[in-house]
Design a protein around this ligand. Structure first.
Ligand SMILES: Cc1ncc(COP(=O)(O)O)c(C=O)c1O
Length: 487
């Protein structure tokens, strides 16, 4: 019976053998790429995320200049994805590669033992993270989800309170605990028959002014101001209401340990919240005795033109989580927390065989040296402005581009059918994404309505590569406008 159910599902998802073959034949791949794709599809899980994000992901083999990907046939792709924010200093960055080569000749990894590279990295993270009170400690992990799980556990252990609040649409990983915080509805059924069991998690709307969850601002009210005001009202209502599990008693919310939030919502579509979001959470956290934990796994390390996205609001936090770009391409994550939080538990409270890998820490030291320089961050902001200016020019010619929001090289592009009603152009977005892949460019498409392009090239992207991206977009939008019959 289950076999038949799954066959039906494969038909619905276009994953029968025939569908897959059709995908391979339709792909703008050379012969070698088609061959390797067949071999890949014969042995890897159908749950592989590339099959959800693209018709077929390209078979990348190397890089040209760090911001162009080259497949097994030599076809080039402009990289607006940076390995999902991992390769933010460009693929095969020379300085990082040199450090990895040197360290690999000395020691690669030794369990969870201390090591000078690891200690140096912790010292740097403590120095550069906006931790409230200034005194901080670090716990290392391997993946982003590791860091989020550790933060959930530390927050609960330290405060003795169960609930964690997060925003709808946030992404914090898809392990059994972190999935409770992640708003990816599409993944939820794959936990069948035991859903992610962390029930002490609550959600609130994210202040996404362009498609505001509280509705459009009334006449005369700025959209951003409206979104923040409504959100504050929402919290006050839930914290005070007598039905609320988060009720205030004697000036304290008795059951909420922490807010765990993305400062900017990345996997949900690179959405920058209305200014004042983190400041509001900080205010509420201070007022009600709640920890503020920011997940900077995707938004941090220079991506937004400041070291941390949190820095845009000049807010200090109780914990900061980092990963992705941290290891310079090698798997590494870290929780940086107010010292007393990580001093609250005893030895062995957390362990992971691969945590704090020495090779990754050595690369991480070089990454931090580069991304924390003011001159580097200034270049990111300048390069981002160059990109956004070119996108704004495209917007004057392509009516589908409804909204562009950006900080540094953290760019979200929202496609709409009508700029007045803001009706999401989801089908058009999928069409344009496929057209771009065909032309030789990769990026992720996401968004609450599947209508946002997430443009996150390496921070070292060259201007000539940005120009090339704009030309590809221009052609792809033109083809889509003809296809969908728009003027
Ligand atoms: C903001 C954020 N948090 C957590 C994670 C989970 O990281 P990982 O996939 O390394 O477990 C991600 C991954 O995309 C992320 O973007």
């Amino acid at each position: 019976m289950f076999e038949n159910d799954f066959l039906e599902q494969r038909k619905r998802l276009g994953l029968t053998e025939k569908d897959i073959e059709r995908r391979v034949q339709a792909a703008a791949f050379g012969e070698k790429a088609k061959d390797w794709t067949h071999r890949w599809l014969a042995v890897e899980s159908y749950g592989q995320v590339g099959l959800g994000l693209f018709n077929l992901p390209p078979m990348i083999e190397s890089t040209k200049g760090g911001d162009i990907l080259v497949d097994v046939d030599g076809k080039e792709y402009v990289d607006l994805l940076a390995g999902f924010s991992v390769s933010t200093l460009g693929e095969c960055n020379e300085e990082i590669t040199k450090v990895i080569q040197q360290q690999a000749g000395k020691l690669v990894h030794y369990f969870d033992f201390p090591h000078p590279e690891r200690t140096k990295l912790a010292e740097k993270l403590v120095r550069i993270s906006p931790i409230k009170g200034g005194k901080a400690r670090v716990a290392f992990g391997v993946t982003g989800s590791d860091a989020v799980e550790l933060a959930m556990r530390a927050a609960r252990y330290y405060t003795g309170k169960p609930f964690i609040l997060t925003a709808y649409g946030d992404y914090h990983g898809v392990t059994y605990s972190t999935m409770a915080l992640t708003g990816k509805g599409g993944m939820w059924p794959y936990f069948y028959p035991i859903p992610p069991m962390d029930t002490a998690v609550g959600y609130f709307p994210f202040p996404y002014a362009y498609q505001c969850p509280f509705g459009r601002a009334p006449e005369g009210k700025a959209e951003d101001e409206w979104a923040i005001e409504r959100l504050e009202h929402y919290f006050e209502y839930y914290f005070q209401s007598k039905e609320s599990p988060y009720r205030e008693v004697g000036g304290n919310i008795t059951s909420v340990a922490a807010f765990i939030v993305e400062p900017f919502q990345s996997s949900a579509g690179y959405i920058i919240p209305s200014p004042g979001y983190l400041r509001l959470l900080r205010r509420l956290a201070d007022k009600y005795g709640i920890l503020l934990i920011v997940d900077e796994i995707q938004s941090g390390l220079g991506r937004t033109g400041k070291l941390w996205a949190t820095d845009w609001e000049e807010v200090q936090v109780d914990m900061l989580l980092t990963s992705k770009a941290l290891g310079g391409g090698l798997p590494l994550s870290a929780v940086v927390a107010k010292a007393e939080i990580l001093e609250s538990w005893g030895p062995g409270a957390h362990v992971s065989t691969q945590a704090g890998n020495v090779l990754a820490c050595a690369a991480g030291n070089k990454v931090l040296d580069i991304v924390s320089q003011d001159s580097f961050l200034a270049t990111v902001r300048e390069r981002g402005e160059y990109f956004v200016h070119a996108l704004e020019e495209l917007q004057t010619r392509h009516h589908l581009i409804g909204h562009i929001n950006a900080r540094g090289i953290y760019i979200g592009l929202e496609l709409v059918r009508d700029r007045e009603t803001r009706e999401p152009a989801s089908e058009e977005a999928a069409f344009i994404r496929d057209e771009c892949v065909r032309e030789g460019m990769v990026f992720e498409k996401g968004g609450y309505f599947h209508n946002r392009f997430q443009l996150i090239p390496p921070l070292t992207i060259r201007k000539s590569t940005i120009d090339r991206a704009i030309e590809i977009f221009d052609r792809a939008f033109t083809v889509a406008e003809k296809h969908f019959g728009a003027s």
